[in-house]
Design a binder for this molecule. Structure first.
Ligand code: PMP
Ligand code: GLU
Length: 397
């Protein structure tokens, strides 16, 4: 088949590919310590599962409005009012098949050939691929460990050209765990207003914040900022609902209408049953967020303390999300595991998987050569065995 130019250069999502590789080894009976996928290991809380069963039994098994059931669009507004004091109308909300689909919808509705989209690196794997699919050009702006992996206001200003269509911000960030200081966010928001640049703020990890870090929704910095903000989030991470595939965009009305049109032509509504479950997630008891958060704090503290004991690994403490993102360059060119040497993070991950049966994701996938990502959305015993195996592979244990 002659593939379209848009998909012929498209690579599979590196996070999903890394997880598939680990699964393949597991299917051969090999015990793999898998830290690839960023998804909570907890089951979805019971009251949410029950809402799905009730919805099925009540016959809510048909098409819904393509932009989602009114109850869920309203529930999203109620949750942002309750949690952040922000007022949105249901017409601004489109419910999609996960936050990833919501990002695609926003990009496809705003961008095209000739446009530039500013993406701070390291970035989540799908950002540049989804921008390229629209024909627009990703403009990658490198951030550093020293700056806490945050885009600075100067960097944002300098990256803007007459072709700039959008800034993509991910706060807290996958893969770095960076949680933007409020002052930095405010300064970025001011530039967005001064230069009239819309901002897609991917806030899928909004409920997973640690230590002194604080979260503020990007739309919080006044009406001029809100007019230019597109929020993307969803239930996947906060409520352990990755498989239910529910995310949303909250956008100015004209964009929201365009996204609804696109979705109505492309996928129609996301799963009706998942939508009813998501209403229960957003409006029901919120204590499961707190209990999962408490568990993530323990896991984060454990894994960071263990990684700190290994010489030569450098990282910033993640202020959010559930990833440890560390530099392994000091182990390039020296014999590892069964004696192999490597000179890049991708080969490092391959050797680690083959020799130690530990699966991480290479930083190359996130525009961060020399780094690897470990998802700590798994229990402490797995983390203990995993870091033990990494230390042995690095010959420091
Ligand atoms: N944005 C970021 C930064 C993510 O890490 C993910 C990973 N799941 C998504 C969006 C997509 O979320 P969903 O599973 O709801 O599509
Ligand atoms: N976002 C998660 C991750 O980065 C899930 C995988 C994906 O959707 O790419 O691992």
């Amino acid at each position: 088949m002659r593939l379209s130019p848009a998909v012929s250069t498209l690579k599979p999502s590196a996070t999903i590919a890394a997880a598939a590789k680990a699964k393949e080894l597991k299917s051969k009976g090999i015990q793999v310590l898998d830290f690839t996928l960023g998804e909570p290991d907890f089951n979805t809380p019971e009251h949410i599962r029950k809402a799905a069963i009730d919805a099925m039994n009540a016959g809510q098994t048909h098409y819904t409005a393509s932009s989602g059931i009114p109850e869920l669009r309203q529930a999203v507004c109620t949750a942002y009012q309750r949690d952040y004091g922000l007022s949105f109308t249901p017409a601004q909300v489109v419910i999609s098949n996960g936050a990833k689909h919501a990002i695609h919808n926003v990009l496809a509705s705003l961008c095209g050939p000739g446009d530039e989209v500013i993406i701070p690196t390291p970035y989540w794997v799908s950002y540049s691929a989804l921008v390229e699919l629209t024909g627009a050009k990703p403009v990658l702006v490198p951030t550093t460990l020293e700056s806490g992996w945050c885009l600075s206001p100067d960097q944002f200003r300098d990256a803007i050209t007459p072709a700039t269509k959008l800034l993509m911000l991910n706060n807290p960030c996958n893969p770095t765990g960076a949680a933007y200081p409020i002052k930095t966010l405010e300064a970025l928001a001011q530039i967005a207003v001064d230069k009239d640049i819309p901002v897609l703020s991917d806030e899928i990890y909004e409920k997973l914040i640690y230590g002194d870090a604080q979260f503020k929704c990007f739309a919080s910095f006044g009406p001029e900022v809100a007019k230019r903000t597109i929020i993307v989030s969803g239930v996947s991470k906060a409520y352990a609902m990755t498989g239910w595939r529910i995310g949303w965009s909250i956008a100015p009305l004209d964009l929201s209408k365009a996204i609804d049109n696109l979705q109505s032509q492309q996928t129609s509504n996301p799963c009706s049953i998942s939508q009813y479950a998501s209403v229960a997630a957003l409006l029901g008891p919120q204590d499961s967020i707190a209990s999962m958060h408490a568990e993530f704090i323990k896991r984060r503290d454990y894994v960071l303390s263990r990684l700190r004991e290994i010489p030569g690994l450098s990282f910033a403490n993640p202020g959010g999300a559930f990833y440890a993102f560390f530099n392994v360059e000091s182990y390039f060119g020296v014999p590892l595991g069964s004696g192999k040497t490597v000179d890049n993070a991708t080969d490092f991950c391959t050797a680690l998987l083959e020799d130690a049966h530990v699966a991480l994701v290479t930083g190359d996938a996130f525009g961060a050569p020399g780094y690897v990502r470990l998802s700590f959305a798994t229990n402490i015993e797995n983390l203990r065995q995993g870091v033990d195996a990494i230390a042995k592979f690095l010959k420091v244990a």
